[in-house]
Design a protein around this ligand. Structure first.
Ligand SMILES: O=c1[nH]c(=O)c2[nH]c(=O)[nH]c2[nH]1
Length: 301
């Protein structure tokens, strides 16, 4: 009996590439998850630990990012064809290449009645939230109502800076005057009354927050959150307090300079963790006591 190596392949799975086309003020976005897998003359790596034929998965990753710039991502299939043909045609030991691509769709934000040039929400709706607490009876009965949403994923491809921060001996972050800002927003608000047009207020609050995210030129996610919360309280007298939680979904500019390729805020790596988590409450100074309004039960709201 002989023991033999069966089928094998290898590559870099799930490269989270965001490509912004920004040759006019109206930007375009492509947000993809790209996996590469190569088959070919790679037995020696398994049998002898010989890497002579092995194009590192890291190189496959770099190529996937470089091709996002060089070939664009306007058509996923064109991009995939270019990448696969490169591996097969230009890398000697490669006999076949498979490229798998998932695309996450974004919808352009409409703010002030017009499509926004550089802000999108992730396709698919946010989850609406509501909580009601009633206590006591008769004249003494009290009621607390909160509304909100979670999973409102929103991104702007410019109009965001972050610099002037405190630095110490562990600071390596480079200041930036132009970055992607993205978050998956959770917002919950407390009503001061039950005399509310609930659905209309929900739609309105969401529109106000999206508009502020899009149009406030941001110096930090903290500043944007406060601007959103403030605008909600200004627009809706029936709301007395709003709480927001915003993961900073980091998009790191991919270093293509190493390959002699310019990257003028066009190709990014969308990192999933760790993430900054920014939370803020904005409230009226005369807001009634919150009582049990925030007394969460399931953790879902
Ligand atoms: O908007 C930001 N706020 C921060 O507090 C922070 N910290 C960081 O590293 N990046 C950012 N961005």
């Amino acid at each position: 009996m002989a023991i033999i190596l069966g089928d094998d392949r290898y590559g870099k799975a799930e490269n989270r590439i965001v490509r912004i086309v920004r040759d006019s003020p109206r930007h375009e976005i492509r947000d993809v998850n790209v996996s590469t897998a190569l088959r070919g003359d790679f037995a020696a790596a398994h049998l002898e630990g010989d890497q002579g034929n092995v194009l590192p998965t890291d190189t496959q990753k770099q190529t996937a990012y470089a091709y996002a710039k060089l070939h664009g991502l306007t058509e996923l299939e064109e991009y995939g064809l270019a990448l696969a043909r490169h591996f097969v045609d230009d890398v000697e030991p490669v006999a076949s290449a498979r490229i798998e691509i998932e695309e996450f769709a974004w919808d352009r934000v409409v703010a002030d009645g017009a499509e926004h040039d550089h802000t999108w929400t992730r396709n698919g709706k946010e989850v609406r939230l509501a909580s009601v607490t009633v206590a006591g009876s008769g004249e003494a009965q009290q009621t607390w109502v909160t509304g909100g949403f979670k999973d409102l994923v929103i991104l702007k491809s410019t109009g965001s800076e972050f610099h002037g921060f405190l630095e110490d001996e562990y600071t390596v972050l480079e200041p930036t005057t132009d970055r992607i800002m993205a978050t998956s927003l959770v917002a919950t608000w407390r009503f001061g009354t039950t005399d509310v047009d609930w659905n209309a207020v929900y739609d309105g609050v969401k529109a106000v927050m999206v508009e502020r995210f899009a149009n406030v030129h941001s110096l930090a996610l903290q500043q944007t959150l406060y601007a959103m919360g403030r605008a909600v309280l200004e627009a809706y007298p029936e709301i007395v307090e709003i709480r927001m939680s915003a993961p900073n979904k980091h998009h790191f500019l991919y270093d293509l300079g190493r390959f002699g390729i310019d990257n003028d805020n066009e190709v990014f790596h969308a990192d999933d963790r760790p993430y900054g988590l920014i939370q803020a409450t904005v409230t009226r100074d005369d807001a009634p006591d919150a009582g049990p309004a925030w007394d969460h039960y399931t953790g879902l709201v």
